[in-house]
Design a binder for this molecule. Structure first.
Ligand code: NCD
Ligand code: ZN
Length: 365
């Protein structure tokens, strides 16, 4: 048995408000605990989006009643809320800007709107951008012009990791995250690891849809080769139900909270990652980048020699599927202790909705 600090996932979609049939603060944070994640930062692309004091108050009210692990909630950058969003900064996980097409209605096309947000957001926490390829280049320009920290969400391409590497060398205040699915899957959901030997024909139809899209094996190889440039692991846990994913108009997104640690532990066993890198990118760096508090008496117990298959039927997310169905992994989360309380043991969630705390509340612990 080994003991790890509780993981921090800076990128999850809990679908509250507006789509709680996919997930809510209760099921999503139960899924987090089962995956060894004790703190989640929840995205604002909900219905309605979280973009002013009323929507933030309302989602935090639900979170207070339902969350089982600790959390903070993002505010979204909209077309006319730069001043309002900046005023909410102390209560927000950070600001999220959608600069490319994806699920939800928060996309900003006009770069003068980006400038408003970069000008006004108080730079204690970063501006997190969904910005792919060339829009990432434009977002880096904003960060440099306004001297603000920027965190690039879910990088997937060789050109992205190499541009971030160069931007860091030039002193731009940029950090970034990568998702397991961009490390372990290529286009069409083809596995890039022997763990996925069950599934060499890939994912069918809408199951393979995610933004940023699954990239080439060369792109994934460039991410692995440049792990030192990557600050955080993030799941981009984006649950949609099986009927939705298998429909004619499938929404993009993969659940990921319960496959993150098993996949990373397997990579450690295979020598592709060190345990130090795992802890740095899943705990220490997200805590530093997002200015998150230490969770005292909080840890995850792992049976590092347990070999087993991942199955959605054993997971806690409401979405009912995983892109890693049947994958053979090595390393199982057996027990999670959160702030001194046993929160998960042998497949069972042991804390009630409401146990989780908002880490941006002054008296959170
Ligand atoms: C996300 C979602 O479903 O909310 N989908 C996805 O494919 N990643 C949106 C996002 O993070 O872009
Ligand atoms: Zn996302």
């Amino acid at each position: 048995m080994i003991r790890l600090p509780g993981l921090i996932d800076p990128h999850v979609h809990l679908r509250e408000p507006g789509a709680v049939h996919k997930e809510d603060y209760d099921s999503g944070t139960a899924s987090a605990l089962a995956g060894g994640v004790t703190m989640v930062l929840a995205m604002p692309n909900t219905k309605p989006p979280i973009f002013d004091a009323d929507t933030l108050d309302s989602v935090l009210n639900s979170a207070q009643q339902k969350a089982r692990c600790d959390y903070a909630q993002y505010v979204g950058a909209g077309a006319d809320n730069a001043t309002v969003a900046a005023a909410l900064a102390p209560r927000a996980a950070a600001l999220k800007m959608y600069l490319d097409a994806t699920f939800g209605q928060l996309r900003l096309d006009d770069m003068t709107l980006w400038m408003e947000h970069f000008m006004r957001w108080p730079g204690d926490t970063p501006i997190v951008t969904h910005s792919e390829s060339r829009s990432m280049g434009a977002a880096l320009l904003m960060a440099q012009m306004y001297n603000k920290p920027i965190h690039i969400a879910h990088i997937s391409l060789r050109e992205e990791v190499l541009l971030i590497k160069a931007a860091k060398e030039h002193g731009i205040r940029v950090t970034c995250e990568v998702c397991p699915h961009h490390l372990f899957l290529s286009e069409g959901g083809i596995p890039l690891s022997t763990s996925g030997a069950c599934c060499t024909e890939g994912l069918s139809g809408g199951r393979a849809e995610v933004r940023p899209r699954l990239a080439t094996a060369q792109d994934a190889a460039a991410l692995w080769e440049n792990l030192d440039v990557i600050d955080c692991f993030a799941t981009d846990h984006a649950p949609h139900t099986v009927p939705e994913k298998d429909s004619e108009n499938p929404p993009p997104g993969f659940p990921g909270l319960e496959s993150l640690l098993p996949l990373l532990l397997t990579a450690v066993q295979e020598g592709r990652l060190t345990m130090e890198q795992l802890v740095e990118k899943a705990v220490t760096n997200p805590r530093r980048i997002f200015k998150l508090p230490v969770q005292h008496e909080t840890w995850v117990e792992v049976d590092e020699n347990a070999v087993y298959e991942l199955h959605a039927a054993e997971m806690h997310s409401r979405c009912g599927w995983t892109p890693f169905e049947g994958w053979k992994v090595r390393g199982r989360v057996t027990r999670v202790v959160l702030r001194g309380t046993e929160a998960f043991k042998d497949g069972k969630i042991l804390v009630q909705p409401g146990f989780g705390k908002n880490v941006r509340e002054v008296d959170w612990d």
